[in-house]
Design a protein around this ligand. Structure first.
Ligand code: RM4
Ligand code: MN
Ligand code: MN
Length: 427
């Protein structure tokens, strides 16, 4: 945890510039009839979960270059997220991935997180790798799929794993399960496409029926990888069918990297929200595929349009969904990348909040696309960063989280404490 007085001290020399920037931003948004305090208030309430599997450096199948000082267990991941949150004040929860996270003492972990002002967001199950406990004899369970496997034992193992993840989540105070499946095929004819889908629907229904009161479940689609010919839950239509088949408390999670190129993701968001089955997000950015690049670094306008749809769906405010980051940090310090992703997400949200919705509606009613474009572009090109910085400041965070992160020397301290050769479990 970072001492708040240290953050205040780092903020101090930046404050007068910040005030000037904030005045300018407030004047601009007042011109479109909005109240800057309302926008700042909404931003101050925004939080996006940090993924436990991405506080270490990721890698590619060609190599991995650990940065040093990486968390060696879930407790240390919680500590990293606590530091992140104390700077951004917008990462108040952590999403675990089991068995990459397999705490010995869930109650102690829950307490540790609570002591740091964090809670556990959606739990993620992993049936795309073999769990060591099921492969003591060298057998593989999931090579040919999990819920879609023709082998009933493998299907049962996958269901049991999901139920165990829910049970662990209950102990940790989580309220949701995200199911991303690698099930599919690499070769035409390898499996019956329809049977695979029906088996997954059946498995998800069983898992859904185990959800405790107040829990939700998310189906996460992805077009390909690791299955390269067909994936069972390959797109939002399949995800919707699976969520509907699973049960009332199932909805779809949209990972921004899980779409075929040029997909209109904001339209996907609109459709899922319309039918009440939009469950949450995994934020990241993508140039070609599931690149897991920094949120907002490639297609910031798309991210803005997604938040516009969300605010429409929420009738003017952000709907209560599971907002999470899912990135792989191969080159940057993972905490720096998460700071940047959080900022990019807040920027898109703020830009969507400053859309002059009344004029946009008039433009739509008058079939005036030029005016509609003016309205969107004006919001998108507004420098909303001072509003976000102000929200952070009011919450006790850093005016410049990345600068503050470097100033406190957290990575150096962690290399000293945890060692240079540590590798976190995760992507
Ligand atoms: C998948 C998907 C899941 C994530 C795994 C690690 O591509 O994005 O959400 O849990 O990667
Ligand atoms: Mn994801
Ligand atoms: Mn992914």
């Amino acid at each position: 945890m970072i001492d708040p007085s240290r953050i205040a001290e780092i903020n101090r020399p930046r404050e007068s510039d910040h005030r000037a920037d904030l005045d300018h931003a407030a004047t601009q948004i007042t011109r479109i009839g909005l109240d800057a305090d309302d926008v700042i208030g909404a931003l101050a309430g925004f939080s996006v979960a940090a993924p436990s599997w991405a506080v270490g450096t990721g890698g590619t199948r060609f190599g991995r270059f650990p940065i040093g000082g990486e968390p060696r267990n879930t407790e240390e991941k919680v500590d990293d997220v606590a530091v992140l949150h104390s700077l951004t004040r917008a990462n108040g929860s952590i999403s675990l991935h089991v068995p990459w996270d397999d705490p010995d003492d869930p109650e102690a972990l829950r307490q540790q997180a609570a002591d740091r002002g964090l809670f556990f967001d959606a739990m993620n199950s992993n049936t795309f790798q073999d769990n060591p406990s099921t492969t003591d004899d060298g057998r593989t369970t999931y090579k040919f799929g999990s819920l879609a496997n023709v082998d009933a034992d493998a299907r049962e193992t996958a269901v049991a794993h999901n139920l165990a993840v829910i049970d662990l989540g209950v102990e940790l105070g989580s309220k949701a399960l995200t199911v991303w499946l690698a099930d599919g095929t690499n070769h035409p004819g390898q499996a019956d496409l329809r049977r695979q889908f029906e088996l997954v629907a059946e498995g998800l229904r069983t898992i859904h029926d185990h959800l405790p009161d107040g829990w939700r479940m998310f189906t996460e689609h992805k077009p390909y990888e690791p299955a390269f010919y067909s994936t069972v839950n390959n797109d939002w239509g399949s995800s919707l069918l699976l969520a509907q088949a699973a049960g009332e408390r199932a909805s779809c999670l949209v990972d921004l990297g899980h779409h075929l190129p040029n997909c209109n993701i904001e339209q996907v968001v609109s459709r899922l929200a319309m039918v009440g089955r939009l469950g949450g997000f995994h934020f990241n950015d993508s140039k070609y595929g599931d690149d897991d690049l920094t949120t907002g670094s490639i297609k910031p306008f798309q991210l803005f349009l997604i938040f516009c749809e969300l605010i429409t769906a929420g009738g003017g405010t952000l709907p209560d969904l599971a907002y999470m980051i899912d990135q792989s940090h191969n080159l940057k310090d993972p905490l720096e990348d998460l700071i940047q992703a959080t900022e990019a997400t807040a920027i898109a949200y703020a830009q969507a909040l400053v859309v002059d919705r009344a004029t946009l509606r008039e433009a739509q009613d008058a079939s005036d696309p030029a005016l509609a474009q003016e309205v969107l572009q004006r919001a998108f090109r507004t420098d909303v960063r001072p509003l976000i910085a102000e929200a952070r400041l009011r919450n006790g965070g850093a005016l410049d989280p990345l600068g503050a992160y470097r100033a406190i020397g957290y990575r150096h301290a962690m290399i000293a404490a945890r060692g240079r050769a540590t590798v976190a479990t995760g992507l």
